[in-house]
Ligand binder design. Sequence first.
Ligand code: GDP
Length: 457
Amino acid sequence: MNDTIAAISTGMTTSGIGIVRISGSDAVSVADRIFYAGSRKKLAEQPTHTIHYGFIKDREETIDEVLVMLLRAPRSFTAEDTVEINCHGGQYALKRVLELALRNGARLAEPGEFTKRAFLNGRMDLSQAEAVIDVINAKNEYALKNSISQLRGSLLEKIRGLRSRILYEIAFIESALDDPEHISLEGYPERLMTQVTEIAGELDRLLSSSDQGKRMKEGIRTVIVGKPNAGKSSLLNLLLGEERAIVTDIAGTTRDTLEEQLNLQGISLHIVDTAGIRETEDVVEKIGVDKAESFAKDADLVIYVADSSTELDENDERIMQLLQGKRTIVLLNKTDLEAVTTQKMLQERLPSFPVLQISAREGSGIERFEETLKEMFYQGEISFDEEIYVSNMRQKAALLEARQSIERVRQSIEDDMPEDFFSIDLMSACEELGGITGESASEDLVNEIFSKFCMGK
Ligand code: GDP
């Protein structure tokens, strides 16, 4: 693993600067072979954590004017000697610099290899390494915050804590079984029961956070409901700022569902635009309507669009039924027209939800809607504050396994099984938790995780 690797670590688009990163025991000498800083000494003689101005040259030909950053082991991202060459952003120049580094002793890095080295060199655990991907992919503020906190090791700490509690119990059982004369297991099952119940509770909390973690990463599952012609598609188009959904005057034209990702005030909404909800005989439309109802059932947020220019009808009644117990924002649309249904009427019918006036046609009322959304998600029942969120499916699966093992321990205690039964399941719980942090992850798993990284990371 000590060979020297190189890659372009910035995106392959034209930009102000681009970085070629070289890492490994020969990183500095590779760089010295291609970097010229006038009469100045070689990089090999320079102190660590310094930046040097000069030129990258292919024999006599100057490729680029650069700044070179020198980071010696272990104080670098990979914990190896690292040189980062800050080039001008052009792709051609970057490729030439990389090629030159490869011809002078470096090997092209595999996707994620820098981060993999950071992990293998003990700079970070697996959950932190995965957070690196999440930071790169973060679609909104919350997702970013969560990934950064995981990168700092919040999940790691939590899992380590749980794991060492389990390890303590395993060690206790094992030593008691080895040395029954001195260590008594009298009353131990009751004590263990208290421990595993607590651990199970912690695991449950982490597991339930995973839905919220997913929500942050993928957006809040949002469904727009409303009777046909209320203006659902118009609203969606307005929010998206483009003509994606079909807007028509014929009732029930939004037949199937459209899905969109939308960023409002730093919150991403994963919007499903549904068919108008109403009783219908039409088979095609029926599918849409059923779908709408089931989507509303699973949604985190329901936006109910009502039409102020018509009376509330049996479709509205049905929708209002559906809203019970859901987090909802009511938008009274078409307020540019003469009001038949007023804000007051709706608010009386739906006292627990905010009712806002909008006109999808004129684009009015949207700011107020965005503010409401923000208030709801900053202070409301969903809060994204300092909690640790498990947003990664692999981590969630491992947590579930661990939770099941702990449940088996509880079962064995209840069934008065001998103590070595406890330790078998405690050990598997320990193993599964170790898989999250990488303390007991197989090589295959490690390779699989890092292969998902982008090039140069
Ligand atoms: P959907 O069936 O709920 O998706 O409704 P649409 O978005 O297709 O809109 C139905 C009709 O209402 C279309 O003719 C829209 O142009 C019209 N409409 C939508 N929003 C407004 C609005 O705020 N004011 C007015 N006057 N018409 C609107």
